[in-house]
Write a protein that binds this ligand. Structure first.
Ligand code: BGC
Length: 255
């Protein structure tokens, strides 16, 4: 077991990539906090599934974009499990509009959840990790779009690009405390965030043409990478982005 005795917080873990990461980390021995917003039944179901396999899990409701709730998420984790070793900043949203029509309130919401959220959770987690003095792991679920433009998705691309430089900067600041900070940059993974594309055969096949491996990625594939980065095996990696995108970043398409 690669994460025996570790405590992991996964934000936005009721569905999609976050859910798969929570399950995979639990399977490797970690106690897991499933953070969620507005999907209590799915979060509770995730906890029940983990407990059924003999793992330890707890669901905590916290909007990561709210400073008080983000701090309380980390506090409650330490109260419940005694420590925190791994933070996975996974919670994310996107809305697509042509740039010239993009509503300002949507811009604010995307930046708040996708960029301010990881800042707040990483800060609270790093403070707790420094106090524990036993290192730690901060993993941000970014996107190929931390580097690759995507039309109609400007705020999301801006947030993910920001997350890239947040990661690089705090990786350097936190290195003396043996806290590593890395991004995972998934491409098209089959999850609810892409429900609109999954439901439209024409758009879906256009998207597949932009992926050299020609298929969706699976949340479980991303989860395996997250387990690796969280484990002792990855102790020498910090300040990096790990792409998992079927080669999409090497294409010049625009969907
Ligand atoms: C976005 C998806 C998109 C995928 C590949 C992800 O970050 O959330 O909407 O399909 O990148 O472009």
């Amino acid at each position: 077991m690669k994460l025996q005795g570790k405590v992991a917080v996964v934000t936005g873990a009721a569905t999609g990539i976050g859910r798969a990461i929570a399950h995979a980390m639990s399977a490797e021995g970690a106690s897991v906090v499933i953070d969620y917003v507005g999907a209590p039944q799915l979060a509770t179901q995730g906890v029940a599934e983990i407990q059924k396999t003999g793992g330890k899990a707890q669901a905590i409701a916290a909007d990561v974009s709210d400073p008080t709730q983000a701090a309380s998420l980390i506090d409650q984790t330490v109260k419940a499990f005694g420590r925190i070793d791994i933070l996975v900043n996974n919670a994310g949203i996107e809305y697509k509009y042509p740039f010239v029509d993009f509503p300002f309130d949507k811009w604010q919401k995307i930046i708040a959840v996708d960029l301010t959220g990881p800042f707040l959770c990483a800060q609270a987690a790093a403070r707790a990790m420094i106090q524990q003095n036993s290192g730690g792991r901060i993993i941000n679920i970014s996107s190929v779009h931390e580097d690759l433009p995507m039309i109609t998705n400007a705020p999301y691309c801006a947030a993910k690009g920001g997350l890239r430089m947040l990661m690089r900067t705090i990786a350097v600041e936190l290195a003396p405390h043996k806290i590593t900070v890395n991004n995972i940059a998934p491409g098209a993974i089959f999850t609810p965030i892409d429900a609109d594309v999954e439901a439209n055969r024409t758009i879906e096949s256009q998207l597949m043409k932009e992926i050299p491996l020609g298929r969706w990625g699976k949340p479980e594939e991303v989860a395996k990478l997250a387990v690796y980065i969280a484990s002792d095996d990855a102790a020498y990696s910090t300040g990096s982005t790990f792409f998992i995108d079927g080669g999409m970043i090497r294409q010049a398409g625009s969907l």
